[in-house]
Design a protein around this ligand. Structure first.
Ligand code: S3P
Length: 428
C-alpha cells in the first residue's frame, strides 16, 4: 500500500504541457483501429494502466503494435484472432463495456474480466440491450457482473432508447450496430460524450446524429485513424481546481480537448468565480486548444443538477472547490457516481467530513457547506479520481492519502506534476 503526503502550498503559476492524454479517446483509438484494414497512426496515446490493458487486448485479437515512444502504429490482422486467454480490462469500465459491443458480433469465444473493483460494476446496461439483438453474453448475476463470456454471433438491427446518458452504453451499441443486419437507431436522454460518433465518422462510418443517432452497418473496412490524442480535460481539472482555490495561482493546460461534452466542469468553476479562458487552436475529430484557470477571489457555492454526464468524472475534484466556497453547494441527479470506480458519493462525503467539512449524502448526490479544510488522512477507496481530488485539497491544508497506486490507471505523471507546485512525499 502506497501513501502520499501533500504539503500546503503558496501561489503558483504553472504552464502544464504534459497532462495525461485523453483516456476516452485513447481506448477508442486502440479499439477502432481494428475496424480498418490499414495501419492506424496514433500519436500521444495514453500510456496508463487502463489504456495499456486495452492495447494488450487489441494485440490478443491479432493486431500488431509498433511504438516509438510517441507514435503508435496499430496494424489490424487480416482476420481477427480468437484469443487463447482471458481479456483483462483491469480497472476500466469503458474497455469492458465497449468490448462487449465490439466482440458480440465477432466469430469466436471471449472472456472479459477485470480487477476487484470492475468485477463489482454493473454490466447489465450493455449486456441486456446487446442480448436483445442476438448477442450471446453471460456472466454472474445473469450477465450483470464480470467475468463475462461472449460467443460472437449475428446481430439484428435495433431502435434502442437508453434510460441513461452513458457514452459507454452508446458506444457499445454503435459498435454492435456497425455489424448488424440493417440500419439501427439509438436515443439517449441527453447527449453523452460523443468521441465514438466523431471518430467513427472521421473513419468513414455512416453515422448521423441529431436528436437520434442513426448507424448504418459497415460495408467494408473503415479508413484508418491518423490522430494526435489531446490532453485529458478530466485529468487537467485537478490542476484547474488547484489554481481556483490557492490564492494568487494560475494554471495553463496545453492541447486539451475542448469538446463541449467534456469541459462542463470548467464552466461550473467559472460560475463559482474562477477566471477560465479557452483558446481553441485546431479542430480534427474534436476542437483542441489551451485552458487557463486563475484564482479570482474566494469561490461562491453552486448547484449542479443538469448535464451531469458532461462533468460526471470531474465531480470529485469539483467537490474540493465546493468545500472551500462561500455558501452551500449541492450536487443532484448524479446517482451514476455510485457505480463508478468506487461509490464516489460516499467516498467524497466521507473524505470531506474527515477534512472537517459539513456535508450530507443523498441517494443521487450531496450537499456541501463551504468552510476551511483541515489536515486529514484519507482513504482513496482504490479510486484514482478520489486519490487525486484529495491530493489537491492538501494544497490548502496538508493531507495524507492512502492507497494511491490507483493513480496509475489514468494519470501516471500526476505526482511529478503535483511536485512542481508543492512539496510531496510518498512511502510504502
Ligand atoms: C466514458 C464514459 C463515462 C465516463 C468514463 C469514460 C467513456 O462513463 O464516466 O470515465 O469513455 O465512454 P458512462 O458512460 O458510464 O457515463
Amino acid at each position: 500500500m502506497r501513501w502520499l503526503e501533500v504539503k500546503r502550498t503558496d501561489a503558483f503559476d504553472f504552464l502544464c504541457e504534459n497532462i495525461a492524454s485523453d483516456k476516452s479517446i485513447s481506448h477508442r483509438c486502440a479499439m477502432f483501429s481494428l475496424l480498418s484494414d490499414k495501419p492506424s497512426r496514433i500519436r500521444n496515446y495514453l500510456r496508463a494502466e487502463d489504456t495499456l490493458n486495452t492495447l494488450q487486448i487489441v494485440k490478443q485479437l491479432g493486431a500488431d503494435v509498433e511504438d516509438d515512444g510517441y507514435t503508435m502504429t496499430i496494424t489490424p490482422p487480416s482476420e481477427m484472432q480468437e484469443p487463447d486467454d482471458i481479456l483483462d480490462c483491469g480497472n476500466s469500465g469503458t474497455a469492458m463495456r465497449l468490448f462487449c459491443g465490439f466482440l458480440s458480433s465477432l466469430p469466436g469465444h471471449y472472456v472479459l474480466t477485470g480487477d476487484q473493483y470492475l468485477r463489482r460494476r454493473p454490466m447489465k446496461r450493455v449486456t441486456t440491450p446487446l442480448t436483445q439483438i442476438g448477442a450471446k453474453i453471460d456472466g454472474r448475476e445473469h450477465g450483470n457482473l464480470a467475468p463475462l463470456c461472449i460467443r460472437g454471433d449475428e446481430l439484428k438491427s435495433f431502435n434502442y432508447e437508453s434510460a441513461i446518458a452513458s457514452a459507454q452504453v452508446k458506444s457499445a451499441m454503435i459498435l454492435a450496430a456497425l455489424r448488424a443486419d440493417d440500419v439501427s437507431t439509438y436515443r439517449e436522454p441527453e447527449l453523452s460524450r460523443d468521441h465514438t460518433e466523431r471518430m467513427l465518422r472521421g473513419m468513414g462510418a455512416n453515422i448521423e446524429s441529431w436528436d437520434v443517432i442513426t448507424i448504418e452497418p459497415m460495408r467494408g473496412p473503415l479508413e484508418p485513424l491518423d490522430i494526435t490524442v489531446p490532453a485529458d480535460p478530466s485529468s487537467g481539472f485537478f490542476f484547474a481546481v488547484a489554481a481556483a482555490i490557492v490564492p494568487g495561482s494560475r494554471v495553463t493546460i496545453k492541447n486539451v480537448t475542448l469538446n463541449p461534452t467534456r469541459i462542463e466542469a470548467y464552466k461550473i468553476l467559472e460560475k463559482m468565480g474562477a477566471k477560465v479562458k479557452l483558446d481553441e487552436k485546431e479542430n480534427r475529430y474534436e476542437p483542441i486548444g489551451d485552458i487557463t484557470v486563475s484564482y479570482h477571489g474566494r469561490l461562491k457555492a453552486v448547484e449542479v443538477g443538469e448535464r451531469i454526464s458532461w462533468l460526471i468524472d470531474e465531480l470529485p475534484a469539483l467537490s474540493i472547490a465546493m468545500a472551500v466556497a462561500d455558501g452551500e453547494s449541492v450536487v443532484k441527479n448524479a446517482k451514476e457516481l455510485r457505480v463508478k470506480e468506487s461509490d464516489r458519493i460516499s467516498c467524497v462525503v466521507d473524505g470531506l467530513k474527515q477534512c472537517g467539512i459539513v456535508c450530507e449524502e443523498f441517494e443521487d448526490g450531496y450537499r456541501i457547506e463551504g468552510g476551511e479544510l483541515r489536515s486529514a488522512e484519507i482513504d482513496s477507496c482504490g479510486d484514482h479520481r478520489i486519490a487525486m481530488s484529495f491530493a489537491i485539497a492538501g494544497l490548502l491544508s496538508g493531507i495524507q492519502v492512502k492507497d494511491i497506486e490507483c493513480i496509475e490507471t489514468s494519470f501516471p505523471n500526476f505526482l511529478e506534476l503535483l511536485g512542481e507546485i508543492t512539496e510531496i512525499r510518498t512511502w510504502k
